[in-house]
Design a protein around this ligand. Structure first.
Ligand code: NDP
Length: 443
């Protein structure tokens, strides 16, 4: 067993039960270990070993009162994984399922994703097991205020800049930023994903979904193919899924499915722009369920995932490990040739292995969903400049950056006339972080 394999084994035994973190480490190290094997400079600096432990893990209590005046207590987390390239940057997730394991895996992934963007951003992630679903507006606001009462001690525009993620959208970012401003008396770019009315960037809300479609287009073009006319199955009906769908329709592709945690909808001839607007109002404004939808040509399938339909591209955009081995087999049977990971780590290790063996092109989340953090980086730049850029400038920069990320994946992932995007993203992200760490010496 090599030194590195020993170190990974030791870290895993020290962090037992953190299965998602281990899965993310294995995914990256599968490609990074052979790459560093003959590079003495990375070996001497013990870069791999240092990358297996986050810079810092912050865990705190969040106490707040519900509408019945009952005291509620939740857990809050911030994992500041690595700031070699720039201040920690990564979203906040509010979902009852989260544990420290969730945030460690997300922050580890975020470190390499942010490196791929070429923007000066380190990796972090955080959030709480608070569930915004079924809570009143006042309860969500009080929770956000209580959460920020603690989190504000650990963040800052040159130190750690959180954003949104599952369960943290425009509304929550508004409450969180308002609380930060109230506590500190300072109005600066400490959070991204803000409303453009108070320092947010144009296209931030759309950026992850749009970026995903730009990346998919780049992949298809690299394979002498095109997006127009492609049938796409999407899971999820949140921020990422809805804006992926919007851009796909704009580009002349068909969106066949969307889903939420209770079931999926299918439109065999594609969801129309008008229908998508109805779905957006249902999910974003009314916070309803897809089962409430009543649209011609759209059927609802309770308790099922969308992968058994027929399509060319699968776009999982809900959550981690949502595509299990049976789903992967359905994706293959559906006739798909590309899986574009819009969610973070949406495929189980088994599903990934199965699809790779079948020569499926997989666009890994680190690259495919980097559009959100790209525009977050641009929001930070605009805040520092005290300026707001026009939408066209932001969108063009997003498109260009997604193309750059594609090209980095192609450079490091090329094998023969094929591109292994997973390998390319893992090595491309690693090289940037490792080179910065090397330059700092032993710290
Ligand atoms: P949202 O909260 O807006 O939407 C999440 C969607 O996924 C909802 O449709 C939700 O269904 C569904 N979902 C959540 N958890 C589960 C689950 N356990 N099983 C099945 N379905 C589930 O989140 P986002 O769209 O922001 O995030 C989606 C993914 O994209 C996540 O992996 C996130 O980390 C990743 N991502 C997000 C970015 C962003 O900018 N927002 C940036 C980069 C990555 P329901 O409504 O029923 O809960």
């Amino acid at each position: 067993m090599s030194d590195h394999e020993d170190q990974i084994k030791r870290i895993k035994s020290q962090t037992q039960g953190q299965d998602q973190f281990h899965q993310a480490v294995d995914d990256v190290m599968e490609h990074v270990l052979p790459f560093v094997g003959d590079k003495q400079e990375y070996m001497d600096e013990k870069i791999v070993e240092r990358l297996l432990t986050p810079d810092r893990v912050i865990e705190f209590r969040v106490t707040w009162r519900d509408d019945n005046k009952e005291i509620q207590t939740n857990r809050g987390f911030r994992v500041q994984y690595n700031n070699a390239i720039g201040p920690y940057k990564g979203g906040l997730r509010f979902h009852p399922s989260v544990t420290l394991d969730t945030f460690k895996f997300l922050a580890f992934e975020q470190t390499f994703k942010n490196a791929l963007t070429g923007l000066p951003m380190g990796g972090g992630k955080g959030g709480s097991d608070f569930d915004p679903k079924g809570k009143s507006e006042a309860e969500v606001m009080r929770f956000c205020q209580a959460f920020m009462m603690e989190l504000h001690k650990y963040i800052g525009p040159d130190h750690d800049i959180p954003a949104g993620d599952i369960g943290v959208g425009n509304r929550e970012i508004g409450y969180l930023f308002g609380a930060y401003k109230q506590i500190t008396g300072v109005h600066h770019g400490v959070l991204t994903g803000k409303n453009p009315a108070f320092g947010g960037s144009c296209i931030r809300k759309e950026a992850t979904g749009y970026g995903c479609v730009y990346f998919l287009k780049d992949i298809l073009e690299a394979h002498d193919d095109k997006l127009e006319g492609k049938r796409c199955a999407i899971s999820g009906a949140g921020n990422v899924a809805l804006y992926t769908a919007e851009k796909l329709i704009e580009e002349g592709a068909s969106v066949i499915t969307l889903s939420d945690s209770k079931g999926y909808i299918c439109a065999k001839d594609g969801i129309s722009e008008e229908q998508l607007a109805v779905i957006r109002t249902l999910k974003e404004e009314k916070r309803g369920r897809l089962s409430d939808l009543n649209e011609k040509g759209i059927t609802y399938h309770d308790g099922k995932k969308p992968w058994q339909e027929e399509y060319d591209v699968a776009i999982p955009a809900a959550t981690q490990n949502e595509v299990e081995i049976e789903d992967a087999k359905n994706i293959q049977d559906a006739g798909a040739s590309v899986v574009c990971e819009a969610a973070n780590m949406p495929l189980t290790a088994e599903a990934t292995d199965f699809l790779r063996e079948k020569d499926m092109t997989i666009a890994p989340a680190k690259a495919a969903n980097a559009g959100g953090v790209v525009v977050s980086g641009l929001e930070r730049t605009q805040n520092a400049q005290r300026l707001s850029w026009g939408c066209r400038k932001v969108d063009e920069t997003l498109q260009r950056t997604m193309k750059d990320i594609h090209d980095i994946c192609a450079e490091y992932g090329k094998s023969g006339d094929q591109i292994d995007y997973i390998k390319g993203a893992n090595i491309g992200g690693f090289v940037s972080v490792a080179d910065a760490m090397k330059a700092y010496g032993v710290i």
